[in-house]
Design a protein around this ligand. Structure first.
Ligand SMILES: [Mg+2]
Length: 291
């Protein structure tokens, strides 16, 4: 990311121009409904739509299917009929469970179902995909370009997640999208919870790449602020669920030194408590061991 930023600044061009030119001026993000209680899910869905977002994202699969169905129904009630509802089971279900649960959930008009079954067994993804009427989004099955090619060959997904932080940076994000484009498939940028610098970097790629057709993952709307000035963090950084593609040279964002120092200090003191560092939290699926 830093090298792309330097080259862009030396050339006086935003990175999107170095990667083929700008296809879009805004990049859309989903709204992560990070709630479990059905009433709170409904309220958060309503807030997302009121804030201009079009796509609500909800995790399912951590509890009983009946509880998930109640939560998705609450989200539809709260977000209203125009919202796009995307649900992510993080590999929680067996193939049979997945087919039964997704068929039941179809009445709520889902946009995408993300990784309903293990990402390691592509035959099972293809089986589920052939028996449901909701487009299937691969995530745990598609971390790298090699994984993405295997998903395409197996006919295991309708849409693929791509992630520059999991597979070698911005040029590989572009390559990932290109592999999927050649198969006639669209992609969604996955997020590991980046701040404004990494978000801007990915946005430069997305701006120059046509087949990012769905709202992408970003967690900025859940942040109160960011390390960048006027970009990324906080719901006010989004207009109609979109961030603007920076036009300034390089990645096009400026750091706020005070915020950088404050969050660097927090990372030093509290960083070990972050959930992604806890192996028990990472393998919390009720149905399948993750490793
Ligand atoms: Mg996911």
């Amino acid at each position: 990311m830093a090298c792309w930023d330097i080259v862009g600044k030396v050339c006086g061009q935003p990175v999107s121009n170095l990667l083929g030119g700008r296809f879009r001026d805004r990049v859309e993000s989903f709204y992560y409904v990070a709630r479990s209680d059905p009433a709170e899910v409904a309220a958060e869905g309503a807030l997302a739509m009121k804030s201009g977002f079009t796509t609500c994202y909800l995790k399912v699969g951590a509890g009983e299917p009946s509880a998930d169905i109640e939560r998705v129904e609450s989200l539809r009630d709260g977000a209203g009929p125009d919202a796009r509802l995307r649900i992510d089971a993080n590999e929680a279900w067996s193939p049979g469970e997945a087919v039964r649960i997704i068929r039941d959930l179809q009445r709520f008009d889902l946009e995408l179902i993300e990784q309903p079954v293990s990402g390691r067994v592509l035959d099972e993804m293809a089986y589920v995909r052939s028996r449901i009427d909701v487009p299937l989004l691969a995530n745990e099955a598609s971390w790298t370009r090699h994984d993405q090619l295997a998903v395409i060959r197996a006919g295991a997904a309708d849409v693929l997640s791509v992630d520059n932080q999991m597979d070698g940076g911005l040029l590989n994000l572009k390559r990932s999208a290109g592999i999927c484009e050649a198969a006639g498939l669209t992609v969604v940028k996955h997020s590991l919870g980046e701040l404004g610098v990494a978000l801007a970097a990915a946005v430069q790629v997305i701006a120059s790449t046509p087949n990012f057709r769905y709202a992408n993952q970003a967690y900025g709307a859940l942040l109160s602020e960011d390390v960048t000035v006027g970009f990324g963090g906080g719901v006010d950084s989004y207009v109609d669920g979109c961030v603007r593609v920076p036009e300034e040279p390089g990645l096009g964002v400026r750091l706020d030194p005070e915020h950088v120092e404050r969050y660097a200090e927090l990372n030093r003191t509290d960083g070990a408590a972050f959930a992604f560092h806890d192996p028990n939290a990472l393998s919390a699926s009720h149905a399948l061991p993750k490793r």
